[in-house]
Write a protein that binds this ligand. Sequence first.
Ligand code: KG4
Ligand code: ZN
Length: 470
Amino acid sequence: MASLASTLSCTISRLNLFAELSLNHHSIRIYRTLSSKLRPMNSLYHRRVFKSSFPSTTIKSTTSNCSKNTSLKPVYDDNLVVLGIETSCDDTAAAVVRSNGEILSQVVSSQADLLVKYGGVAPKMAEEAHSQVIDQVVQDALDKANLTEADLSAVAVTIGPGLSLCLRVGVQKARKVAAIHQLPIVNVHHMEAHALVARLCERDLQFPFLALLISGGHNLLVLARDLGDYLQLGTTIDDAIGEAYDKSAKWLGLDLRRSGGAAIEELAQRGDSHSVKFSVPMKQHKDCNFSYAGLKTQVKLAIESKNIDGGVPFSSASIEDQGQRADIAASFQRVAVLHLEERCERAVQWALEIEPSIKHLVVSGGVASNQYVRARLHEVVGRNSLQLICPPPSLCTDNGVMIAWTGIENFRLGRFDPPPPVIEPEDCQIDLRPRWPLGEEYGKGRSVARSMKTARIHPSLTSLTQHQRQ
Ligand code: KG4
Ligand code: ZN
């Protein structure tokens, strides 16, 4: 017994040194079991000061243990089971994924009714809606996977970018689960997750690859050089394409319950895509940046010039009016996607100059679930002898699987935090990164207009990864 006790305490003290040790899944599980038996949970890591592997300007580095160290050594165990939690915008999502790529469960609760009511995401309402369903969504994900928290290896959660009120709900839930069940926690960058889920779908996809990430808030062209290492070739100088889809759908009186993008995609099939003359944005800028604010305005003007009343739902409009709305939807979509095509064409050239070995263009994010977008980008990669990888639509729009998978990828490299204390100290400032760039800007792609808007943002994931490697 005495020797068992000494073995146990030795295991615990060794495992407390997250920074110096290479942990495997098995040792973490032993640690959880033993530590819960031998110490009160909230005394774990007591008075240890940890240095986060992703240093944050928002962290107060005191003994409060809000932010902990991460092990920097790879974990080679390939039998990990990770719970992923996502609440960065208007979807409350959770999923359980195994490190062999098996999706054990996936649950998404969307705020469609709120979207319809407010015509967009209202942060306070969205926060409330997340808070109401988060426990159930996580429980459903575990139940569907036929697992309990005790079977998990880690919890992964989106800490940014996104709406801070919303991010907080997911992060608090993740920390609670991780604390009670003594699980390591992986902080995830939402846009990295959109890109990396392609490696779950296409297990042969290796770095480096080019990625176009298109969602409601982001329009990114990045060269993915490695995990946590992205070179930003282009971004939007104003709105993202998803925002343009959403607003156009609202102004056209479409049913927003499935998302504005999906509604426009469907209506566009009935319209003439050359009937309304919209101009392609940023033709004169020979870079890879995007702009959708002007196209949005063009759509609004076209709607006004045809006397379309968006307050009248599409289904109640006259046949002639419906036809005009369909023409605007189709013309908008053609030009919006043409802008993507032109920027991608240039980005492929840039990416090949930087990394001649790239073979794939990954297209992900909510807008990538659009079949017209996929078909047009398929043409672009075909002309450049690359291969297009688009995750299935359910993994393009926000989901917990991409968070769990990114958690697995980071966990394997030892990029995780130890379990938080069960009782978080009052001065604990949770690490949330509402504005968090993914990569460093490529020199050729720098936009003067945009750099003026980037004053108060978090250091990019890539700069943090580089800092951690030094
Ligand atoms: O990635 P996502 O689910 O959430 C964000 O991170 O923003 O992307 C949401 C965006 C919304 O703007 C939505 O209208 C758009 O993706 N979207 C689509 C389609 N499905 C969703 N856009 C175009 N066509 C679609 N089928
Ligand atoms: Zn997203």
